[in-house]
Design a binder for this molecule. Structure first.
Ligand code: ATP
Length: 309
């Protein structure tokens, strides 16, 4: 007798022991004669929180749509839980994709949307959904079309969290939320993730806000992957140095200068370095300073550097 595997058991254990739940290999997406994605390759590992970051039009939504079977690539290979996601109900039951532009049939009330989500998502937690409804103060009986923009965003966030899908993608659904509600989302996500780990992908422009949530960062620019790194590793490698121009430039020469400003005899540079104690000491001796770059600074500098002709 053959026993069928559940989707979440199907993962690609690479020789390095990485537990990959989804991957893209050399993926391209073409709209007419426009290349929205080119040579996109990355893996998503089990039980990690990813930041999918990049400027407007970089290709983030296109990537998420393909991973969740809402679009199909022009070429390349996409695997989610061991299979092609497109038109694959078995895979898509394990995937939750929440986006800002989500529309719902006009006549549905909040309670109808939630009960539909409950039927569709295998791991739906009704109690958790109710707790979140209370947090975000969403009226169950209200028609979705009568909800404010922020309330609609909250509805998406509730569905994404309470689904507990093994692969959950949030494409900026929290844009309509105010600062208090966004913080609530981050807090609830982190607390629930600690108890029910899963793979989460967050696409956002509010990088500073989510920086502490992210374990891994994928930065896209003009349809290509620019960075695909562990968040702590990125933080260790990227620094902002200031000081006398000669000292800053000497330090910069030991790595990749992502950005540099100067004013008179002083300079400030964002540098990706493999840390060398002696280089650091020389800079400090010359009166310079060295600080870790924020994830936001790193992403801005990396993507603007790429866009500069
Ligand atoms: N259906 C489509 N037809 C033509 N071009 C498209 C289509 N969908 C997306 N594009 C283009 O593909 C590129 C990537 O779009 P995408 O929505 O993936 O970017 P994004 O990184 O999510 O942007 P944002 O941060 O602004 O939401 C953009 O130049 C966009 O105009």
């Amino acid at each position: 007798m053959t026993r069928s595997l559940t989707v979440t058991q199907i993962t690609d254990r690479s020789p390095t022991g990485r537990d990959v739940v989804a991957s893209m290999r050399d993926v391209a997406k073409r709209y007419g004669d426009f290349d929205a994605l080119a040579d996109v390759s990355f893996d998503l590992e089990r039980d990690k929180i990813y930041g999918l970051l990049g400027r407007n039009g970089a290709g983030k939504t296109t990537i998420m749509s393909i991973l969740t079977g809402q679009g199909v690539q022009t070429s390349g290979e996409v695997t989610v839980f061991g299979a092609t996601p497109f038109e694959n109900a078995r895979v898509l039951r394990e995937v939750s994709f929440i986006k800002e532009s989500q529309t719902y049939p006009d006549d549905l009330r909040v309670k109808h949307v939630l009960s539909t989500a409950g039927h569709l998502m295998e791991r739906w937690d009704r109690d958790f959904a109710e707790l979140l409804l209370d947090d975000f103060q969403l009226p169950l009986g209200r028609r979705v079309k009568k909800l404010s923009r922020g309330m609609k965003s909250a509805l998406g966030v509730i569905i994404g969290l309470a689904s507990r899908a093994p692969l959950t993608l949030f494409d900026e659904p929290y844009l309509g939320l105010d600062a208090v509600a966004r913080q609530m989302f981050y807090d609830r996500l982190l607390a629930d993730y600690a108890e029910h780990p899963r793979t989460v992908v967050l696409s956002t422009h509010l990088i500073d806000e989510v920086a502490n949530l992210l374990e891994h960062v994928i930065v896209v620019e003009r349809g290509r992957v620019l960075l695909d790194d562990d968040a702590d590793e990125l933080r260790r490698r990227a620094v902002v140095v200031t000081g006398p121009t000669a000292a800053v430039d000497a330090f910069g020469a030991k790595g990749t200068v992502l950005h540099r400003d100067s004013l008179g005899s002083q300079a400030r540079a964002t540098v990706q370095v493999t840390a060398d104690v002696a280089d650091r000491a020389r800079l400090l001796d010359a009166g310079g300073t060295i600080e870790p770059a924020s994830l936001q600074e790193l992403v801005i500098r990396t993507t603007t550097q790429e866009s500069t002709p």
